[in-house]
Design a protein around this ligand. Sequence first.
Ligand SMILES: *Cc1c(COP(=O)(O)O)cnc(C)c1O
Length: 393
Amino acid sequence: MAHVSPLRAALTDATEDGIFFDLAGIRRGYHTLRRELPGVDIRFALKSCPVDEVLGCLAGEGAGVDGASPHELEQALRAGVPAGRTHYGNTVKSDRDIAEAHRLGVRDFATDSIEDLAAIAAHAPGARVFCRLATSGDGALWGLSNKFGCSPADAVRILAAARGMGLTPSGLSVHVGSQQMTADAWHNAVDCLADVLTALGRRGIVLDHVNLGGGLPALGYLDRHGLPLEPPLDKIFAVIREGMRHLRKVHGEHLAFVMEPGRHLVADHGAVRAHVARLSERQRPDGERQHWLYLSCGKFNGLYEMDALQYPLVFPTHPDTGSGYVPAVLAGPTCDSDDAYPQGHALVHVPRDLASGDPVWVLSSGAYAISYTTQGFNGFAPLPYTCVGGGRP
Ligand SMILES: *Cc1c(COP(=O)(O)O)cnc(C)c1O
């Protein structure tokens, strides 16, 4: 019998909607990443999949956690991640958040402003701080460029001020944008990091680590046109390895490296089992006739990121025969008109005779699905999740 992945098996067996995570796949992906980037400490960006079993699986393999709130950090500690392998990676935090994280034992904090730095000094005395540099976000599906990070000049100013506040200036970080599709983005980030490390060295400030952030792409997505995205992952890894060598040359061989992947570790190892609400055809005001495939799941219960990509779909009750398909707009079930593939997304080819209730598998939907799920927009409940592949091979 052909080998069936635990994810496929779970989707095949499912009779109700849900989201499935393949722990064996996540574990494999983690070790592949460790092999590709030797010497890089992996701290899982918890927001990409805040599921205890996923966290426990990664923690069990030695991964740390990038937490963005006291609640996330607490979840990480509960899963068995040592406090020393966590950091508070959010530059946005209230006095209370900082104090709470410090109370939990977290000693590493991201920052990007003097105001935040002073708050860390006051509420997490003696902490280690790393400064986040802004990046352009170019080449990423989600750029993250405006809200976070400071200029190189500010970074030098902030880390120089840290000492005087009783803090340890420990590192620099970047995030090149989520689902970053170009190796150039890491190349540019390394150049920027090298400049700041050099400037800091001139002032006698020696850091112990660089945090290269998240942004590593998932492999399974389709673009807006429905074509495979095919990110140049091998090239990205090569640029990162070369960048690490360069930064050590600039700042000292002692320099340690951290990365905070989220999406890359979980996206392709999660899938949604949804069902067809209705396939219908309507005439629009401009006279054009259009098919719409309304699924039981959409933007508000698992598939929020449909604004920037298409998911590979499988219609298991309709084996692909190449005929009897119609182009349709994909949409979720709620009364929000944003709950659909936006204009500019290519139509999806779907079996013409889909009936209400037919199962639909939405592949590569393991990242951010849980975090972006609403409490039950229009009464459409959050998807229950199931983890498979849990036993060690
Ligand atoms: C969201 C986030 C990540 C993870 O990003 P991915 O693109 O999912 O890898 C890492 N670090 C920080 C600070 C983040 O905010």
